[in-house]
Design a protein around this ligand. Sequence first.
Ligand SMILES: CC(C)(COP(=O)(O)OP(=O)(O)OC[C@H]1O[C@@H](n2cnc3c(N)ncnc32)[C@H](O)[C@@H]1OP(=O)(O)O)[C@@H](O)C(=O)NCCC(=O)NCCS
Length: 276
Amino acid sequence: MSPTVAAQEKVAHAAFQKLTISIQTTSNPLRAIRIRYYQDSDAQVVRTLFKTALCDGPDSARYHLCRSELKTLRAIGSLALFILGIGLYISSSALQTQLAAYLFIVMGTVPFSIYFARTYAAFMAFVNGSINGPDMVDVPKSYGMIRGPNSDLIPYGKNAFWVAEAYSLEDPSSVEVVGCVGLDISTSAGDDNAELRRLAVSENYRGNGIARSLIIALMTHARENGLKSVYLRTSSSNIGALRAYKKMGWVVEQEFVEFKNMFTHVLNLEVANSVL
Ligand SMILES: CC(C)(COP(=O)(O)OP(=O)(O)OC[C@H]1O[C@@H](n2cnc3c(N)ncnc32)[C@H](O)[C@@H]1OP(=O)(O)O)[C@@H](O)C(=O)NCCC(=O)NCCS
């Protein structure tokens, strides 16, 4: 074992001891949570977790995106044309009125349906692009994890990737990965600022402090590796995540439109100011 790997293994082991904090979940008091470093066996589950966190349930980005599109002037105008068409269709059987009714119905449904389908497809392309992107396809390489002497993956530098594991207090072998987060310095300009990426918690386990625990592990690592700040990018359709980040101390530094009528927010947290 090289001295560098041995030293890193020692640090990683100490960090792991700190990460093994138990939270008993509210939904199932017999399940507890521990935070650990990403391992090869997590590859598929982490990608699925990230995708379902963005797409499923009433607090997902996909739900909020679709909902916001249905509240636009374009949607309201289309609905008005459709209702007008139905009204005309019912009001008279005269050929001219019927033709006008068909025209309004088509104008009220077809353009908006095409627009909505394209928006939806663009969002799904973004999600699929994320989970098939280089960092998710090869987490150890992108997040600087190397194999320690006991063959577990451990972080080698400022980057790292963590998962939250729910396990049964009655049967510790019943384990499920329910959350993840990564820290990536490669996307930032300097070497004292890194990006928080891929935060996701399984829907059934939300509200138990799992994201906070993952972020505490990340901030501890950032502090120990001399990082001054941790930034992240999120969309206004990630309403819950945006609120959670703000509650945990992140401050919005930039906002711009990147996708449809959604804002991308860039948030930053100074490590020295963080209580996490
Ligand atoms: C955002 C998310 C990670 C939060 O996970 P979680 O485990 O439920 O969060 P926690 O229980 O650790 O909560 C941490 C803090 O955020 C707050 N919070 C969490 N979800 C929130 C929500 N939907 N609305 C408002 N505040 C919220 C909590 O109240 C808590 O603050 P407090 O400790 O001051 O009370 C989870 O909802 C998720 O996976 N969302 C979908 C994926 C996503 O949007 N990821 C971000 C991509 S950029």
